[in-house]
Design a protein around this ligand. Structure first.
Ligand code: 3PG
Length: 313
């Protein structure tokens, strides 16, 4: 898979500032343990180059990038140390061209239509959007994205667990960057367990796994309608009859005799179908290809007799 696609399937890039290179490996290991095998180590400190070297040598599975890269010398240092991609706060054509010449993906910061057009001119289709929240956040990205249909964004700056979900729902957001996953005080205290916990919470927010509805298997179409009517009579959940099932409200779906699962099924909502499928595949889940539509797909497994499908929120 190409690197930007991999970053997109993870959906998050922890932005890391290290004063001591000795913290680099334990920090990146803590993030990976929480489900984030990815890091952008920034050239904001003198420890950046050595930190990148250590992570590249000891944690080869981490998708390792260098951030706050301000000149081509830093590009060369970062790449020699083992960085696989370069991130810069602004759009510096010299840096972009140099990265392209040596075949290293680059995410330059863009903050305006002019920046995006300069990036397009340089052959880029994915850019960092920085500083995201100060510029107007998601609302601004949506306006910015409208004329440039092929461009995807990596918003960074002011993103945290508080606003991540909204960014993740917008399909033009490839991934979000942020330092909240590698907080200075936790690094200082070497609280690697605390960092793993934040990473794990962030991964959950990326996908937004939620219970959307429960599917009950009925043996006849009439039985399905009768069951749904019972929910309506008792709880006021309005019925809606479809070809394959009858809904009572949005949370009960009574299946006519076609329902998957021994007992029925559970629908789990996700922020972004492609990203959720990539994540679940990475933890060993297989999917039933024939059930794949743009909005839903069944997992190739049952949990206590229940089939499970994902549903795009
Ligand atoms: C960066 O270098 O990309 C940003 O400073 C990270 O922004 P944040 O600290 O607000 O997450």
């Amino acid at each position: 898979m190409d690197l930007l696609k991999t970053l997109g399937s993870i959906g998050l890039i922890p932005v890391i500032k290290l004063n001591d290179a000795a913290d680099a490996v334990p920090l990146c290991r803590a993030l990976a343990d929480g489900g984030l095998p990815v890091a952008e180590i920034t050239f904001r400190t003198a420890a950046a180059e050595e930190s990148i070297k250590r992570v590249a040598a000891e944690l080869p599975n981490v998708i390792l990038g260098a951030g706050t890269v301000l000149n081509t010398e830093q590009v060369d240092k970062a790449v020699a140390a083992g960085a696989k991609y370069i991130v810069s706060p602004g759009l510096n054509p010299k840096i972009v061209k140099h990265c392209q010449a040596i075949g290293v993906p680059v995410l330059p910061g863009c903050s305006s239509p002019s920046d995006i057009e300069a990036a397009l001119e340089l052959g880029l289709k994915t850019v960092k959007f920085f500083p995201a929240e100060s510029l107007g956040g998601l609302q601004y990205i949506k306006a910015l994205a409208a004329p440039y249909t092929d461009v995807t964004f990596v918003p960074t700056g002011g993103i945290s667990e508080k606003n991540l979900t909204d960014y993740m729902k917008f399909p033009k957001v490839l991934a979000c960057g942020g330092s909240w996953m590698a907080k200075d005080d936790l690094i200082e205290k070497k609280d690697w367990g605390g960092i793993t916990k934040i990473a794990r919470q962030a991964v959950q927010l990326v996908h937004g796994f939620d219970l959307i509805h429960i599917g009950i298997n009925e043996t006849s179409a009439d039985g399905a309608i009768a069951a749904a009517k019972t929910f309506e009579r008792l709880f006021g959940w309005t019925i809606k009859d479809n070809n394959a099932s009858t809904f009572a409200g949005t949370i009960i779906e009574v299946m006519k005799p076609t329902g998957r699962g021994k007992m029925g099924h559970i629908a789990v909502g996700v922020n972004n179908m492609e990203r959720a499928v990539a994540y679940l595949a990475s933890v060993g889940v297989k999917f039933i290809e024939e059930t794949l539509s743009g909005k839903a797909v069944y997992l190739d497994m049952e949990i206590s007799g229940f089939a499970v499908h994902l549903l795009q929120k």
